[in-house]
Write a protein that binds this ligand. Structure first.
Ligand code: ADP
Length: 173
């Protein structure tokens, strides 16, 4: 049975799932937006764990424990900065979702929540980013039974509507 894909509006730091994904920056040493919220909620141990990872390439993903979060793990990925779409942004954004899922599977995670990577400070247009997010995750999870639940965690009602429309258009649901 394929994983259940759904969009919700929530603070990702409150979600009780195996893993939450962090939209981090290359240093992995914390930032604003969802990154700052995750570090605040997880506690200072998260920054210590991130230091040991020595950064992360754009499009890659690395894992730490969740510390004080309800989630057991945090998967830190680095989305591309939007420069108009001709500088490899779609491929790199898709890579964030692919690599995050691969790392999750390597660690036996079954439920995962993603924020809307790159669509905050990094400026990626929400409709384009959400299509890549949903298409990439759907293509990977539709034929597997080791991931049970994928949540697209939206921070605004507008983002939720965009994700919901894309999910509603998926086949076999
Ligand atoms: P990026 O630098 O990758 O653009 P941001 O953190 O600026 O990352 O934004 C990514 C998305 O995360 C945005 O849609 C933003 O509104 C959202 N966001 C910010 N805080 C939270 C949170 N606590 N839970 C879920 N999403 C959040």
């Amino acid at each position: 049975m394929a994983a259940d894909l759904r969009a919700i509006r929530a603070d990702i730091t409150a979600l009780d799932v195996d893993g939450i994904v962090n939209a981090a920056n290359n240093s992995l040493l914390g930032g604003g937006g969802v990154d700052g919220a995750i570090h605040r909620a997880a506690g200072p141990e998260l920054l210590e764990a991130c230091r040991k990872l020595a950064g992360c390439e754009t499009g890659d993903a690395k894992i730490t424990p969740g510390f004080r979060l309800p989630a057991r793990y945090v998967i830190h990925t680095v989305g591309p900065v939007w420069h108009g779409g001709e500088r490899g942004e779609p491929e790199r954004l898709a890579s964030c979702y692919r690599r995050s899922l691969a790392v999750a599977l390597e660690h036996g995670l079954r439920s995962l929540a993603f924020p809307s990577i790159s669509t905050g400070v990094y400026g990626y247009p929400i409709e384009r980013a959400a299509s890549i997010a949903v298409d990439t995750v759907y293509a990977i999870t539709r034929d597997r039974n080791d991931l049970t639940s994928i949540v697209f965690c939206c921070f605004s009602a507008g983002d939720l509507a965009v994700y919901q429309a894309i999910l509603d258009d998926l086949p076999d649901r």
